[in-house]
Design a binder for this molecule. Structure first.
Ligand code: PLP
Length: 393
C-alpha cells in the first residue's frame, strides 16, 4: 500500500474530506509534495510555523538538545535549562505582573490548566466565554467553545459555563461574583478573524475587576507577533490576569503555556499538592526549539515587519469582487460569502500551488496566516494567485 492508502486505512480521520497531500519537504514558506510539486504555505499549520519551515537555527537547537537529553521527569520536578531559559526570555516580553509560567503540550491543555487555576484561585464555580469562541477540543476547552454545533454531540459538558457576545458592552453585566474567570480570545481566530475595539477590552477589564473575576486572554492563535505586536492585548491597552499561549510558541514543536502572576499561580502547588500536573509539559526538545525561535524573532525584529507585510497583502487583495478582508496583522480572513465559493477557490489554489483553508466557525472565508517571515516576492505571487483563483481579474 502507498502512503495515501495507509493514511486513509489506518489513521483516524477528522472529516470525510481530508486535504490528503503528502508533503515530503518543507522549507521557508514552501511545501513540496511527493510528486515534486511546490505549494506556497499561506496557513503555517494554522498559525504555528511563524518563522517558516526548516529554520536552520531551530533545527540546530533541536539536534543539540536531542543529544543532551529528551524526557527526564514529569513537569515541575527537575531543573531543565531549555525550560527555565525559555521562561525567562518569554516573560521578558510581558509586563512584570505576568511573571510565572506553566508549560504544557498544546493550546487545549493550557486552557484546561487556566480553567482549573481560575476555579482554584477564586473558589468560584462559574466561567464565562464568548459565542463563536474556539479554545480547543478537550472536554473543558470544548465547554468554553462558542459554537453549539460542535458541542451538541458531546454533552454533558462542564456545568457552570455561560457565553457572552464578544464585543458586546451590555453582556458584560453578566459577569458577577460567582464567576471565576472570563475567557476571551483577544482576536477571535476560528470565528474568522474578528477583533473587538480597545474600549471593549477596557470595559471587560473593569467588569472583571468589579466582580473579582480573573480575565484570561487566549492568545494561542493571535499571539507571538502575528497581530503586529508581540501580544495582541498590547493593542487593547489592558492587562490580563492569565495569558494562554501555544501554536507558534513551540516554533514547530508541541508546546503550550499559561502565564499568570506568581501569587495566583502558586495555588496550584498546594491544597491539593500537585493541583495540576503533566508528564510531558514543557518537553526539553520543544522548549529548546521555542527558545531558538524566540531569540531569532527578537534578534531579527520579525514582529516589526508584520505591519508592512500585512499592508502589502491588503493592497494585493484590494477590490476583489464580492469579498472583503478582515485583517489583524498577518492574521487574515478573506470573506467570500459562501462555503461553496471558498471550497472552489481552495481547490483552484491547490492546483496553482497555493496551500490555504478556511475557519472552523466561519466557513465562508479563506484563512490567510502566512509565515511572518514570508518575503515580498511571495506575497505578490500569493495575491496574484488568489485573485486569479477567485476569478476576479
Ligand atoms: N485557542 C485558540 C484560539 C485556538 O485557535 C486553538 C487552536 O486552533 C486552541 C485554543 C486549541 O489549541 P490546540 O489545538 O493546540 O489544542
Amino acid at each position: 500500500m502507498n502512503e495515501r492508502s495507509l493514511f486513509l486505512r489506518y489513521l483516524a480521520q477528522t472529516s470525510a474530506t481530508p486535504i490528503a497531500l503528502e508533503i515530503v519537504q518543507a522549507n521557508g514558506s514552501w511545501l513540496t509534495d511527493r510528486d515534486g510539486k511546490s505549494y506556497l504555505d499561506l496557513i503555517s499549520g494554522i498559525s504555528v510555523s511563524s518563522l517558516g519551515h526548516g529554520q536552520p537555527r531551530i533545527v540546530e537547537a533541536i539536534k543539540t538538545q536531542s543529544e543532551r537529553y529528551l524526557h527526564l521527569m514529569v513537569y515541575g520536578e527537575l531543573i531543565q535549562s531549555p525550560q527555565v531559559r525559555l521562561a525567562e526570555k518569554l516573560l521578558a516580553t510581558l509586563p512584570p505582573k505576568l511573571d510565572n509560567i506553566f508549560f504544557l503540550n498544546s493550546g487545549s491543555e493550557a486552557i484546561e490548566g487556566a480553567m482549573k487555576l481560575a476555579k482554584r484561585y477564586t473558589g468560584r464555580p462559574h466561567l464565562i466565554s464568548c459565542h463563536k469562541a474556539y479554545h480547543g477540543s478537550s472536554h473543558g476547552a470544548l465547554s468554553l467553545g462558542g459554537t453549539e454545533a460542535q458541542k451538541q454531540a458531546f454533552r454533558p459538558l462542564l456545568p457552570g459555563i455561560m457565553q457572552i457576545h464578544y464585543g458586546s458592552f451590555s453582556d458584560l453585566r453578566l459577569i458577577d461574583e460567582q464567576v471565576a474567570a472570563v475567557f476571551v480570545e483577544t482576536i477571535q481566530g476560528e470565528a474568522g478573524i474578528v477583533a473587538a475595539c480597545p474600549s471593549y477590552f477596557k470595559a471587560l477589564r473593569e467588569a472583571c475587576d468589579r466582580a473579582g473575576a480573573l480575565l484570561v486572554l487566549d492568545e494561542i492563535q493571535c499571539g507571538m507577533g502575528r497581530s503586529g505586536t508581540f501580544w495582541a492585548f498590547e493593542q487593547m491597552g489592558i492587562l490580563p490576569d492569565v495569558l494562554v499561549t501555544a501554536k507558534a510558541l513551540g516554533a514547530g514543536l508541541p508546546l503550550g503555556a499559561f502565564i499568570a502572576p506568581k501569587a495566583i499561580m502558586q495555588c496550584l502547588s498546594h491544597d491539593p499538592i500537585l493541583g495540576h500536573i503533566s508528564t510531558f509539559g514543557g518537553h526539553p526538545l520543544s522548549c529548546a526549539a521555542a527558545l531558538a525561535g524566540l531569540e531569532l524573532m527578537l534578534e531579527e525584529q520579525v514582529v516589526e515587519q508584520v505591519a508592512m507585510k500585512a499592508e502589502k497583502f491588503r493592497k494585493g487583495l484590494e477590490g476583489i469582487r464580492e469579498s472583503h478582508l478582515r485583517q489583524q496583522g498577518l492574521l487574515m480572513a478573506l470573506e467570500l460569502g459562501s462555503f461553496e465559493r471558498v471550497q472552489q477557490v481552495i481547490q483552484k489554489l491547490l492546483a496553482q500551488g497555493v496551500f490555504m483553508d478556511w475557519f472552523l466557525n466561519c466557513d465562508t472565508a479563506l484563512r490567510l496566516a502566512p509565515a511572518l517571515t514570508i518575503n515580498n516576492e511571495d506575497i505578490d505571487w500569493a495575491c496574484e494567485q488568489i485573485r486569479e483563483a477567485a476569478g476576479f481579474d
